[in-house]
Design a protein around this ligand. Structure first.
Ligand code: S3P
Length: 443
């Protein structure tokens, strides 16, 4: 569903110490994949901890449109009765993926090797994002693609009736590209191979293996070579979705910058392909403890204990960008409250996310008194330990931009507002009550 409601302005004010437990929602990446793999299995997949954000709800609706039975049993508890690989039915209507790049790209992959036709659309943000990075490799399987100028949505795909397996080296480090190809490869005979030069998040590989597909990853001179045997029988598995480290980043950041804070964030995924923000924060001197390290649902998780304390600027090397790609907006806020310069390198992909995140953060932080420089591929923040605040920032239909500025306002001298907090519901529907429960002043 596209975010078309009236704008929802929000303001965050300097708050007293944040304390308590922040139970953040289920991982967005894993939630999309659980629904899609459930729909591609024969039989019943039981999911707990599913993120009930709009992005994931749109994927659930899409899976129903392709013929799967998807049912909500309780909060975060869902049941999917799948149709099997190659079993997708042709949807009656257009598939509206709302704001979700992950949703639309993974679903395009999942249907591209089944001989049905589907048209995909999304909101104003998604309609500006590049789809050629997905449709180009999908065409190699034999599907036909029609898209708007610049390979943007709406896109219509006529799935391949005689798909062939593909060997593809991803030109940009993107888990969405990798995952779309692997999902398409499920219904191609023989072996589909994806080669990536940087290790992007590996939830698709982990979950496919868990559902019984034959998939292996080898590290070679070419990069990470992932090989999937086509036409497996996927066996439904219970999926326990861990808490989303990308959502945990917001209360964690708030606790780090609001003096006197100490919070606990239980059950957060510590998948090494998603861990870059925590690595960086530790380098900045952040007081974060990881307790009860354990495995849940095939993913490493831990309980986080986070305390306010002094932070220093650091340089984030380009090879780390992919493991924290969604966390740079909030890191740029934390960097304002550190002493010294933080340089974020290799971040060009931020320019094609839900918004141009480098521009959105640079413009908004400058308006609030920060010293920020940006180039095509870098963002630099000269941290002074404080932020003036006082400005209203544009969220550009981007949940992470809205949440980042609201967290900044909890520690800035004057309040910080966002023009529209509505998009927060795409990934973190309980952001406001959760933050208020810790003592944050946001209205
Ligand atoms: C995602 C991959 C990332 C990330 C997005 C979720 C996924 O995108 O930014 O929020 O679930 O695969 P790219 O793989 O395109 O970098």
């Amino acid at each position: 569903m596209s975010h078309s409601a009236e704008p929802l302005p929000m303001t965050a004010r300097r708050s007293g110490p944040l304390t308590g437990t922040a139970k953040v929602p289920g991982d967005k990446s894993i939630s999309h994949r659980a629904l899609i793999l459930g729909a591609l299995s024969v039989g019943e997949t039981h999911i707990t901890g599913l993120l009930e954000g709009q992005d994931v709800l749109d994927t659930a609706k899409a899976m129903q449109a392709f013929g799967a039975q998807v049912q909500r049993l309780d909060e975060g508890e869902w049941r999917v009765n799948g149709v099997g690989i190659g079993g997708f039915a042709e949807p009656e209507g257009v598939i509206d993926c709302g704001n979700s790049g992950t949703g639309v790209r993974l679903i395009m992959g999942a249907m591209a090797t089944t001989p049905i036709t589907a048209t995909f659309t999304g909101d104003a943000s998604l309609s500006h994002r590049p789809m050629g990075r997905i449709t180009d490799p999908l065409e190699l399987f034999g599907c036909e693609v029609t898209a708007r100028e610049g390979k943007r949505l709406p896109v219509t795909i006529r799935g391949a009736s005689e798909p062939v397996p593909v060997r593809y080296k991803t030109p940009v480090a993107s888990a969405q590209i990798k995952s779309a190809i692997l999902l398409a490869g499920l219904n191609a005979p023989g072996e589909t191979v994806v080669i990536e030069t940087e290790p992007t998040r590996d939830h698709t590989e982990r979950m496919l293996a868990g559902f019984g597909a034959s998939i292996r990853t080898e590290i070679t001179d070419e990069g990470r070579v992932i090989t999937l045997k086509g036409r497996p029988e996927l066996n439904p598995q219970p999926v326990a979705v861990p808490c989303d480290p990308s959502s945990a980043a917001f209360p964690v950041a708030a606790a780090l910058i609001v003096p006197g804070s100490e919070i606990r964030v239980p059950g957060v995924s510590r998948n090494p392909t998603r861990d870059g923000l925590f690595v960086t924060l530790i380098e900045m001197g952040a007081d974060i403890r990881f307790e009860n390290n354990r495995e849940e649902g095939g993913e490493p998780v831990a309980d986080l204990v986070v305390r306010h304390g002094p932070l220093k600027g650091v340089t984030v090397p380009p090879e780390r960008a992919v493991s924290m790609i969604d966390e740079f907006p909030i890191l740029s806020v934390i960097a304002c409250f550190a002493q010294g310069t933080t340089v974020m390198q290799g971040v060009h992909e931020l320019r094609v996310k839900e918004s141009d995140r480098i521009d959105a953060m640079a413009v908004g932080l400058r308006a609030n008194g920060a010293e920020v420089e940006d180039t095509a591929d870098t963002m630099t923040v000269h941290g002074k330990g404080v932020l003036g605040g006082g400005a209203t920032c544009a969220s550009h239909l981007d949940h992470r931009i809205a949440m980042s500025f609201l967290v900044a306002g909890l520690a800035s001298e004057r309040p910080i507002s966002v023009d529209d907090g509505g998009p927060i519901a795409t990934s973190f529907p309980d952001f406001l009550p959760l933050m208020r429960g810790l003592g944050a002043q946001i209205d």
